[in-house]
Design a protein around this ligand. Sequence first.
Ligand code: 5AD
Ligand code: SF4
Length: 408
Amino acid sequence: MCDSDRLNSVFLDYGASKVDNFWDADVFILNTCSVRMQSEQKAFSYLGRIEEFKRQNSNMKIVVMGCMAERLGYSIKKRFKSVDLVIGTKDIDSSVSKIIDLCYLKKPFKKMNFNVNFRSEIVKHITIMKGCNNYCSYCVVPFVRGIEKSFNSSTIIKKCSLVVKNGVREIIFFGQNVNSYKYGNVDFSLLLRNVASIKDLERIRFMTNHPKDLSDNLINVISESSKICSHIHLPMQSASNKILQAMDRKYTYEYYLNLIEKLRFAVPNISITTDIIVGFPGETDKDFEYTLNAVKNIRFSGLYVFKYSPRPNTKAFKMIDNVSKTEKKKRHTIILKESNKISAEIVLKMLGNKYQVLIEKIDGGFMEAKTKSGHKIFLKINKKYYGKILNVVIKEVKGNSLFGDVID
Ligand code: 5AD
Ligand code: SF4
């Protein structure tokens, strides 16, 4: 997602723009993920559709990027003959010039003029590190994204200042494991402190985190800085110590729970979200029950649950994938149902309350705003509110969607 974001802004600079349908496209860029087999299958099915389309519009170029491109390389071109370019994650920096060459786009001498009609971005994703050294036993990321590398902190800070000057009000730091960021003497908490001092920047978010790297220092910064949003995504994966160990996660459930307690003590009302894998090799009914109970006890505001999917090269690939497909599906549904119930209860409690929100988007007949906890609130459109921090009251809850009114 972040790579897509980055490409988008670079192409804008070249005078290119995103289009809403295939017919208008000169180039189709498929940014792929390899984390689960399903993501790769989805990418293949997309490619199939695009190939079909290219038969009728032979001028269009097809580019495949991202983790799957890194993992499978040119074998993608063998299978899909009409693919013009395959760019792995390690070549991302040179990818733009390759795509530009492919499309014969020439960089205009004049930079785009950000005039008054230009609706500037309000929320900006900034990648602060890449790669991962953790080698969780199920995960393909270290193989497709390479070893961990933190980017230069002063470059990051300069970039943040620049985007804020151009209208950005919220920055989201991105990386496989942002809380292990370290550039010289600058660790993640110091980076956050520095960026929080940028005038006119209203909010900072970050993701994703590894529980083992969540320091007390970081918890302190979140609690001390009003700009750092009270939301943390902290992947738990499982609550069974046996499974956590087999996953090479390097913490126990008790350690994880203690982090949650510390976070909730330091930042009351912090919203905590997580990732869970069900059906990891060797996960028994009992192991699953531990995870389900943890979901019930911790009450995450939201979670992503995944069915374990064996990935080539990983340590777990050699383990026997002994939880049946039906059982994985059953466990997945149970977690999802429980989590949806809890999320809905949390959202319902917001009804009638006041929240400070940032108006981020105007889309589909509504203005989209976000609370510091990360809850999306739909408001009536009023263009003068775009990009502003405002107070709203929650008037209606439909399923998990919140609707509110601005309090003038
Ligand atoms: N199978 C299932 N889920 C996985 N994830 C990562 N690798 C796998 C895998 N092989 C999940 C983890 C991670 C999230 C991004 O994807 O929960 O936190
Ligand atoms: Fe994969 Fe995250 Fe583990 Fe790194 S920390 S190996 S990205 S699951």
